[in-house]
Design a protein around this ligand. Structure first.
Ligand SMILES: CC(C)(COP(=O)(O)OP(=O)(O)OC[C@H]1O[C@@H](n2cnc3c(N)ncnc32)[C@H](O)[C@@H]1OP(=O)(O)O)[C@@H](O)C(=O)NCCC(=O)NCCS
Length: 151
């Protein structure tokens, strides 16, 4: 299986939305995405002026992708990785690693000194990122608050 990593653009978003929905409605996430919401989310991310997006393609089929954004940070530039997913039937074949390696290789040219991301503790992605050398910043916590009528 020859997998090629290439730049993802707007014409890929419908296919990526389908892939995104099928990935995140499955275990372990069991989320309830519909394709329109997935498209809107990915389109917003891709439309960011400093977005970086890559797809892994085999035989004209997108098997995985990632989308993130370069951000100025305190005299440096960081990359915030917002989404990565690989087709459920193609896990553990090195596609996610291939995408991440390609992203990391690009970052020098972008003047980026660090990639950061948010993920769930003790999960498949946390294992995946750890394996690739990513470590937890224990000084940081993610906070949230319900707002609006449901709160
Ligand atoms: C996380 C994800 C992108 C990994 O992609 P992948 O193509 O399956 O990962 P790779 O095959 O490149 O794995 C690289 C290494 O990560 C680790 N890893 C990946 N999946 C793992 C799993 N299920 N359990 C333990 N370790 C795992 C392994 O060390 C693996 O190397 P090995 O197979 O030689 O042992 C994929 O599981 C996915 O799309 N999950 C659903 C979407 C998601 O959770 N996205 C992240 C949200 S923050």
């Amino acid at each position: 299986m020859e997998v090629i990593v290439d730049q993802l653009d707007i014409d890929d978003l419908v296919e990526c939305s389908d892939l995104y929905v099928s990935t995140f409605i499955a275990e372990p996430w069991n989320e309830t995405w519909n394709k329109d919401d997935a498209f809107d989310r990915l389109n917003d991310f891709l439309s960011s002026p400093n977005s970086v997006a890559l797809k892994a393609v085999c035989n004209n089929e997108i098997l995985g992708f990632l989308i993130g954004e370069n951000q100025a940070w305190n005299g440096e530039k960081f990359h915030y990785l917002k989404e990565i997913c690989v087709h459920n039937s193609k896990h553990r074949q090195g596609i996610g690693k291939n995408l991440m390696n390609s992203l990391e290789a690009m970052m020098n040219d972008h003047g980026v000194s660090r990639i950061y991301l948010i993920t769930q503790r003790d999960s498949v992605p946390s294992e995946f990122y750890s394996r690739l050398g990513y470590t937890e910043n224990t000084n940081i916590m993610v906070m949230g608050k319900a707002v609006g009528e449901s709160s």
